[in-house]
Design a protein around this ligand. Structure first.
Ligand code: PEP
Ligand code: MG
Length: 539
């Protein structure tokens, strides 16, 4: 038995044969042409066929997995219709008098390099997309058919998969995805999650031709693949699979049930989301609200500042979908690991302690006010609350509230509806905020503890540094004492405190949180029912 480890992108246990995904393996031959005009015509016709193929894929994805996930094929169509892309191919053909395949390949490489050299994670991921669409055109130019389609039920092993390759596979036939590389935020990972298929990324050594056709077991819960598993491992995994299936079935019974402890204490159980696309999972898992909408993802997905209207539509969609349930929109929290090129923030020695979140918003009020206007306009369509990140002082809260009031007056003067009594809360994620939470509690309507940042700042341990992650004690008594201080100070002033950092989903700490008086937990949507179950079993 060979055991390899990767990172889990989607949970689940599965057994089956490995199928190493191979592309057609076509190589592009550079040839000289006589007529640039004819060759450009050949390129344009192949490009149009590729756009039509993508239209079919878009429809297939839309029906099978939903509009949000299908969007990637609309993006691919747009890439093929992009003027710069087309001009580049045509220029290479005319200037070098080479065949269209060579020109498309060169354009693809140039664009992919350009994307991967940007600092923006979203744009970096577009490198794979531009290669994917270009391969499609090259395939058509060289007379190839559609990309290979999987025909039997297998564990797909690949270096990485392009979204179009993933979607063309018949999902009934895929037992798992195991990728040697890949990133957890790539569209392929997102598609795997939405298909609910166990998936691993970063599984070094798995792309070994000798494994092709061999029996294997994938444990998506702890990121492992076992090639030719021995009997003991297979038994252990079968048991785990049965247990997890049983658990999932039992958890479904908790939908529509209240999240209350045995003694009748209510905990508000909300979900963390990044974009409106996460709503499906929020509703499916019966979250009681959105406790953290990381609004910066709207900015990260965009190659320029998202307009007020784009933001308004996104916030309104979430607010309307949630009805009267709370939707807590955290204002822009960029900086540190979330870098966005178009903000042009100077390079920093220590960005986690640098220009980020509320600091940027207060320095650049035009950007902040655009977002606040979008949020306030959307507040007319649901139960929206505003949450300010990375607060360290009363002054920051007061200055933010002044800007909120300014935007309110502007809306008032223009007769645009908004919720006049919208609640404003803050994240408690710096040691300073926790220590002065008595003073801050006088200024806001609620607190939500961001334990991810609070832990890194209290322990002086960078949350991004994998080298020290084993030392980072998330249960450190210092954090628990600060949580107690914050909860006590909030209750004294009659406001509530929740936890929206990852610690909020820590079942082991749940009894302690309940004892400390935590009012709300906001966790990733897939954890909702599990936490509800644990709360209902607590005293
Ligand atoms: C946190 O810091 O705990 C938090 C919820 O915010 P983020 O992880 O987005 O920094
Ligand atoms: Mg944070």
């Amino acid at each position: 038995m060979i055991e390899l480890s990767g990172r889990s992108v989607c949970g689940g246990v599965t057994f089956g044969k490995i199928s190493i995904f191979s592309r057609n393996g076509r190589t592009v031959k550079r040839t000289h042409i006589q007529s640039a005009e004819e060759e450009i015509g050949r390129f344009l016709s192949a490009r149009d066929s590729a756009v039509s193929e993508l239209e079919v894929l878009y429809e297939k994805a839309r029906v099978e997995i939903g509009e949000a996930q299908a969007q990637i094929f609309a993006i691919h169509q747009m890439m093929l219709e992009d003027e710069d892309y087309n001009d580049s191919v045509k220029n290479i053909i005319s200037a070098q008098m080479v065949n269209a395949e060579t020109a498309v390949l060169a354009t693809s490489d140039n664009f992919a390099r350009m994307f991967s050299e940007t600092e923006d994670a979203y744009m970096q991921e577009r490198a794979a997309d531009v290669k994917d669409v270009s391969d499609r055109v090259i395939n058509i130019l060289s007379g190839g058919g559609e990309t290979k389609i999987v025909t039997e039920q297998t564990i797909i092993v690949a270096d990485d998969l392009a979204p179009s390759e993933t979607i063309q596979m018949d999902k009934e036939k895929i037992l798992a995805f195991v990728m040697e590389n890949g990133s957890s935020t790539s569209h392929t990972a997102i598609l795997a999650r939405s298909m609910n298929i166990p998936a691993l990324i970063g599984t070094k050594g798995v792309l070994n031709p000798e494994f092709n056709g061999k029996a294997a077991a994938v444990d998506g819960y702890n990121g492992k693949i076992y090639i030719e598993p021995d009997e003991k491992t297979a038994e252990m995994l079968k048991k785990k699979k049965q247990e997890k299936e049983l658990q999932r079935e039992l958890l479904k019974k908790l939908k529509d049930k209240p999240t209350v402890t045995k003694r009748g204490r209510k905990i508000n159980l909300y979900a963390n989301i990044g974009t409106p696309e996460d709503l499906g999972s929020v509703l499916l898992n019966d979250a009681e609200g959105i406790g953290l909408f990381r609004s910066e993802f709207l900015y990260l997905k965009s190659d320029d500042f998202p307009s007020e209207d784009v933001q308004f539509q996104a916030y309104r969609r979430v607010a309307e979908a949630m009805g009267d349930k709370p939707v807590i929109i955290r204002t822009l929290d960029i900086g540190a690991d979330k870098k966005i090129g178009y903000f042009n923030i100077a390079e920093e020695e220590n960005p986690a302690m640098g220009m980020r979140a509320i600091r940027i918003c207060l320095e650049r009020p035009t950007i902040f006010k655009t977002q606040l206007r979008a949020i306030l306009r959307a507040s007319a369509f649901g139960n929206i609350m505003i949450m300010l990140p990375m607060i360290t002082s009363v002054d920051e809260v007061e200055r933010s509230k002044t800007l909120i009031d300014e935007v309110k007056s502007e809306l008032e003067n223009s007769g645009i509806p908004y919720n006049r009594s919208i609640e404003v809360g803050i994240m408690i994620e710096t040691p300073a905020a926790a220590v002065i939470s008595d003073l801050l509690a006088e200024k806001v309507d609620f607190f939500s503890i961001g334990t991810n940042d609070l832990t890194q700042y209290v322990l002086a341990m960078d949350r991004q540094n994998s080298g020290i992650s084993a030392m980072l004690d998330t249960h450190h008594e210092a954090i628990l004492r600060l949580i107690k201080t914050v909860v006590d100070n909030s209750h004294k002033k009659g406001i509530w405190t929740g936890i929206c950092g990852e610690l909020g989903a820590d079942i082991e700490l749940l009894p302690r949180f309940i004892e400390l008086g935590i009012d709300e937990l906001s966790v990733s949507p897939s954890r909702i029912l599990e936490i509800r179950s644990a709360v209902r079993e607590s005293e």
